[in-house]
Ligand binder design. Structure first.
Ligand SMILES: *Cc1c(COP(=O)(O)O)cnc(C)c1O
Length: 385
């Protein structure tokens, strides 16, 4: 089924799903095959080898492309594989601008791996578009956008940045993992390519790792498809099936996630042991107005600084019943983690400091449990810290 004029939740359930014309199964079959039989020297049924394409993976790709409003999608084995895939659009000598508080693994790939292959990077404060303009050089080929950022929930004004990028002939790529296309669609603000870690909200059940690259320009779509196959980045049919299954409830889950996040953020912002809460849904967030303009909701990631430091943070992190201390995010269960030694350990201490990540910072991925249980649980852990 194509996306026609379906509304978002309907697309989640239907787009790409009907792949079985033999038995008309309502759910996409898993095609666990590496290879496909040819009828004669010219003819196969559209697939020849699973690295290059697989019906289950294609179902997922059609679905995600529709959710983001793109023309094509390539599903990868991890989010980092998706980011690796798009970075092959660039060549030695090219310069890339990124924010200083991007996902730790992305920072590591850029700073520790791709810099050794001749790409150059500027990590800047992207909350003000003036800084982006100042960082442009004649070699700049890409502006990397992550909004909201990880872990401090700084926003990047996508419309302002894509305007600057278009003037300079620079490709913009947005990592839309933190909000999912239910709450934010970067293409609507002029972004050229969207990437996802489907490990997070798209799959939503913490039982698979995966990624996706979504394109909207034909030439870029073809180049990405070529790279995806040439590098062998595709996800397995089993993983594709799980993510497609997860996406069916994306809208419902995001509503439940952000309902809990708002209640928790309010409680935290009134708690005497909390110095600062980072959540775009609070009017105190410096970019609250931008969040209202650019997002359809505030999402369910938040961070806070606890008074004291590491010892107090550890008490909170180990003192809850429902918030499990683990990295990752976007699953139905609530998680809490300590960026300094966990999600952002791969950043240099200087880079963490520049990004404002301290020993007081705790990041929370709010699950879909009853918000009252979450608030009670967090409050008792804070009271004892
Ligand atoms: C998790 C994550 C990634 C990397 O995805 P993996 O599936 O872990 O490889 C990239 N960007 C963001 C924002 C993430 O949260």
């Amino acid at each position: 089924m194509g996306d026609g004029n379906m509304r978002f939740e309907t697309k989640c359930v239907h787009v790409g799903v009907a792949k079985d014309s033999t038995y008309n199964s309502c759910i996409t079959p898993i095609y666990p095959t590496s290879t496909f039989r040819w009828d004669d020297l010219q003819t196969n049924k559209g697939f020849d080898y699973t690295r290059s394409g697989n019906p289950t993976r294609q179902a997922l790709e059609e679905n995600i492309a529709a959710l983001e409003g793109g023309i094509d999608c390539k599903a990868t084995c991890t989010g980092m594989a998706a980011i690796t895939c798009v970075m092959y659009l660039f060549k030695p000598g090219d310069h890339i601008i990124a924010s200083h508080d991007i996902y730790g693994g992305t920072f590591r790939l850029f700073y520790r791996v791709l810099s050794e292959y001749g790409l150059t990077f500027s990590f800047i404060d992207m909350s003000d578009v003036v800084n982006v303009r100042a960082a442009l050089t004649p070699q700049t080929k890409c502006i990397w956008i992550e909004t909201p950022s990880n872990p401090l929930l700084n926003l990047v004004d996508m419309a302002a940045i894509t305007a600057v990028a278009k003037e300079a002939g620079v490709t913009t790529i947005a990592d839309n993992t933190f909000l999912s296309p239910y709450l934010q669609r970067p293409f609507e603000f002029g972004v050229d390519v969207v990437v996802h870690s489907t490990t997070k909200y798209l799959n939503g059940h913490s039982d698979v790792v995966g990624g996706a690259v979504v394109t909207r320009h034909q030439a870029q779509a073809e180049r990405i498809a070529f790279i995806h196959n040439a590098l062998g980045l595709g996800c397995s049919p089993f993983d594709a099936w799980l993510v497609l299954r997860g996406i069916k409830t994306l809208g419902l889950r995001m509503e439940a996630h952000q309902r809990g996040a708002m209640v928790l953020a309010k409680m935290l912002s009134e708690h005497p042991k909390i110095e600062r809460v980072y959540y775009p849904g609070l009017p105190s967030h410096p970019q609250h107005e931008l969040a209202k303009r650019q997002q359809r909701g505030f999402g369910a990631m938040l961070s806070f600084d606890i008074r004291g430091g590491r010892a107090q943070a550890e008490k909170v992190l180990t003192g809850t019943r429902y918030f499990q201390m683990a990295i990752s995010l976007g699953g139905v269960e609530s998680l809490m983690e300590y960026p300094e030694t966990m999600s952002h350990a791969s950043m240099t201490p200087e880079a963490r400091q520049a990004a404002g990540i301290t020993d007081k910072t705790i990041r929370v991925s709010v699950g879909i449990e009853n918000p009252d249980d979450l608030v009670e649980d967090m409050r008792q852990a804070l009271d004892r810290a």
